[in-house]
Design a protein around this ligand. Structure first.
Ligand code: SF4
Length: 208
């Protein structure tokens, strides 16, 4: 672990966010399994990182109850119901869109379930690759809005302004003409409850 990563972990600790270093993706997966006990329920957000790590299937395979809005055969109405249940689950599992070296965490949300889960979950677990670290909060917001969101719109064929050219035009990206993906931006600057937030920092690129 280099000094900059150590510095980030210390900065997160000052903000009452427990950071756990993992040298690679396998360690990150093992760490998530270590934190979530059998019999627990878990809410999830849409996340390329969770997908890349196959975490939902791993948890289900261990007998953990995952409120999986992306599961096979889940229709739109059921998906919204599962998102709602996920907010109140024992654990909420997600990734950040960006994290600054100072330890500020940035998340985008379309429907708001992700914001609610992150803000209110009894236990929050965030898995994040080093590719998401930015110089400062402003760069983190730019990363989320101008890099992550357009790629996610493309990946999910989401009818936003940035779908075709990959360029954000947030001043015109409104319904009913467009389906805006980044409707809410949540910044975690600190956590008040000791132990609520666990940040698994993986020394590999993960997700977008
Ligand atoms: S505001 Fe609209 S155009 Fe900009 S990144 Fe979000 S979805 Fe894309």
């Amino acid at each position: 672990m280099n000094d900059r990563i150590k510095g980030l972990i210390n900065n997160l600790a000052k903000r009452n966010i427990g950071a756990f270093y993992c040298a690679n993706a396998q360690e990150a997966k093992d760490k998530v399994s270590e934190f979530i006990p059998l019999g627990a329920s878990v809410g999830i957000s849409g996340s390329k990182t969770l997908q890349d790590l196959n975490l939902v299937e791993i948890l289900k395979g261990r007998g953990v109850k995952v409120f999986d809005q992306y599961g096979l055969g889940v229709d739109k109405e059921e998906g919204m119901r599962l998102r709602q249940l996920g907010i109140g689950a024992d654990y909420y599992l997600t990734s950040a869109n960006a994290v600054s070296w100072a330890g500020e965490l940035v998340f985008l949300s379309a429907f708001g379930h992700r914001s609610a889960g992150i803000a209110n979950a009894k236990n929050l677990i965030i898995v994040c690759g080093i590719n998401k670290i930015t110089d400062d909060l402003n760069a983190a917001l730019i990363r989320a809005r101008e890099y992550v969101a357009p790629l996610n719109c493309k990946r999910l064929n989401w009818n936003s302004v940035c779908l075709d050219k990959g360029i954000c035009q947030e001043d015109v990206c409104f319904p009913p003409q467009y389906k805006r993906m980044c409707c809410q931006i949540l910044i975690i600057e600190a956590e008040i409850n000791p132990g609520r937030v666990k940040f698994i920092l993986c020394q590999e690129n993960l997700g977008i």
